[in-house]
Every structure is written in structure tokens, then in C-alpha cells.
Design a protein around this ligand. Structure first.
Ligand SMILES: Nc1ncnc2c1ncn2[C@@H]1O[C@H](COP(=O)(O)OP(=O)(O)OP(=O)(O)O)[C@@H](O)[C@H]1O
Length: 296
């Protein structure tokens, strides 16, 4: 099974939201990483077949998704970023309704809904109206509807927004398990930890283009030799924050701060070279996103 994104563009007047993107997605979890406005949603909507590319095409096992039409929808699950619910429906009624739209039989629908209510920890609120649910619960209902037809291709646009840390971990485990059954899962996020441990491959997007793609090990070689840790006195932190690109910091006991930073050369005496992680690469490519990360 293979989903091929072949040279796609989406142009709006004089601006290209997506520029000449090509990717070959094979079974596994794919992380689509990028800052807000990078073009992730536009790309995902084209892969979902709900937005027509200005140029280029998306192929499922070599056949254009436009040609596949309904057939593509049958093997496909999608959670959009902005998700319209039916607020007066209960969780169970809503999932039953979506199962009918997706063409599940009564028997399949019953089995899948029971499984998903259990897996998504929604069993206790099955009779609650959606309008009464918390943001995290609503998101879980959205994820459950995307999984109803056990799709071969699952596309999730910023699926973890609104989930608390415990829910995020459960969600990641669920996706890993799901993808292990020969399925393609594509997740867009600007939160590196959402995909760092579960993605088989990642694609990094900026200004409508894919800057890099590959396994985490392949991608982090871009910052090989540029990740350091060093210790500085607490009172000098502001000075170093202006000078260095800091990934994170940790207070030590003796009034010192240990900082992990990105730099071509060590910016602090006695710095130690570190093994790069995906988060280091992300901040190297999106230095402006550091403030957003801290705000979370
Ligand atoms: N219908 C549209 N008309 C004009 N410009 C658009 C339209 N849709 C998206 N854009 C522009 O294309 C760029 C990419 O938007 P997109 O929503 O795909 O980014 P994103 O990476 O998903 O960001 P976010 O996570 O904030 O949604 C943005 O600059 C956006 O303003």
C-alpha cells in the first residue's frame, strides 16, 4: 500500500500555500511537522481529497484519488483541525450516525463503537450530549469517528490539541498500535513530542515546502555536531538567552543553570556535545517557534 503525493501545489492569488510537495507515504506513522501557517492543513485537505490541488495529484496505489472517488472515502479516515459536531447528539448517537454515513453494517457499527468507546475512554460519557463534553473529550470523539471504518489511510490534523498529557500518551499508543496493522497514519503537529517516539518517518514543512523528510535518525543528522549542553551562573542566563538558541534549561543546585543549546561552535566553555533529537532539529529550522513551545 502506498500513497503518493506527486508534485502538488495550492495557489491562492499570488500566494502559494503549498509549493511542489512530493512524498511517498508507506504504512506506518508519518509526522508532518511545521509551524503555524506552514501549509500543513492545506496539504492534508488535498490528501483527504476535499481540496483540489492547483497542480499535481495524489495517488493511492498508483490510481488518482479523484478517479477512486467513493472508493477512496471508504478506506479513509480524517480528523480535520476544525471539527463540526452535532452538539445535541449524545456521543453514542453521533458515532452511530457517522457509522451509517460511512456505510458500516449495524453489526460492524455496534462492535466498532463499543471498541472505540473503550479505547478512547469514552464509555462513561456515551450518553452525554457532545455540547456538555470538555475540549479533550470532544477531540477524542473526533478521533473515534475517524477510526470507525478502520481506515487504511488515517489523516489527523493537529489531533492532540486540547488533550492533557495523560490523554496524549494514550493516544500515541493507540496510533502506534493502529499503524502496526499495515496502515498509513499521517499526523500534522507543531508539537514534536507527539510524533518523536511513534513516527516511522517525518516530513518537515515550512513556507509551503517540505524542507526534509526521513526517519528521525536520518533527519537529526542535519543538526549533528550542533547540539551542546553547558553550565552557566543563573544571573548570566539573560545574556546567554540573547546569544544562544536554547532548547531547554534545568536549574542545578549551586546557583548554576544547565542549558541545552544549538550552535555551530560551543558558546559556553566546557560544553559537552549531545546526541541530537528531533526537537533540536525542529528548533534549528523554526527558531521563532521556541516561544510558542514555552507557552504550552
Ligand atoms: N483559502 C485560503 N485563501 C488564501 N490563503 C490561504 C487559504 N488557506 C490557507 N491560506 C494560507 O496558506 C498558508 C498555509 O495555511 P495552512 O492553514 O495550510 O497552514 P498550517 O500549517 O496548517 O497552519 P495552522 O496549523 O495554523 O493551520 C497560510 O499563510 C494561510 O494564510
Amino acid at each position: 500500500m502506498e500513497l503518493t503525493i506527486d508534485q502538488i501545489w495550492k495557489k491562492y492569488k499570488d500566494k502559494a500555500a503549498v509549493s511542489q510537495v512530493s512524498l511517498k507515504l508507506t504504512p506506518g506513522v508519518w509526522g508532518l511537522l511545521g509551524a503555524n501557517g506552514a501549509g500543513k492543513t492545506t496539504l492534508m485537505r488535498m490528501v483527504a481529497g476535499i481540496l483540489k490541488p492547483t497542480e499535481g495529484r495524489v495517488l493511492y496505489d498508483g490510481i488518482s484519488i479523484q478517479v477512486l472517488g467513493e472508493k477512496y472515502r471508504d478506506i479513509f479516515g480524517y480528523l480535520p483541525q476544525e471539527f463540526g459536531f452535532y452538539p445535541e447528539f449524545t456521543v453514542q448517537d453521533y458515532l452511530e450516525y457517522m457509522a451509517v454515513l460511512k456505510g458500516l453494517t449495524k453489526k460492524e457499527s455496534k462492535r466498532r463503537i463499543e471498541e472505540l468507546l473503550e479505547n478512547m475512554s469514552l464509555a462513561e460519557v456515551r450518553k452525554k450530549k457532545i455540547i456538555k463534553l470538555s475540549g479533550g473529550m470532544k477531540r477524542r470523539v473526533g478521533i473515534a469517528q475517524a477510526l470507525l471504518n478502520e481506515p487504511e489511510v488515517l489523516i489527523l490534523d493537529e489531533p492532540t490539541s486540547g488533550l492533557d498529557p495523560g490523554e496524549r500518551v494514550r493516544f500515541r499508543n493507540l496510533l502506534s498500535e493502529f499503524a502496526s496493522h499495515d496502515r498509513i497514519v499521517l499526523i500534522s503537529t507543531h508539537i514534536v513530542s507527539d510524533v518523536e517516539y511513534i513516527a516511522t518517518c517525518n516530513a518537515v514543512m515550512k513556507d509551503g515546502r517540505i524542507l526534509a523528510s526521513g526517519t528521525t535518525e536520518e533527519l537529526v543528522t542535519m543538526v549533528e555536531g550542533k547540539v551542546w549542553t553547558g553550565s552557566i551562573p543563573m544571573e548570566q542566563l539573560a545574556k546567554y538567552e540573547r546569544k544562544l538558541q536554547i532548547v531547554n534549561l534545568k536549574n542545578e543546585e549551586n546557583g548554576m543553570v544547565s542549558i541545552r543549546y544549538l550552535s555551530e561552535d560551543p558558546g559556553i566553555a566546557d560544553s559537552k556535545k549531545e546526541v541530537p533529537r528531533l526537537e533540536d532539529l525542529y528548533l534549528w529550522l523554526f527558531p521563532e517557534d521556541r516561544f510558542e513551545k514555552e507557552a504550552e
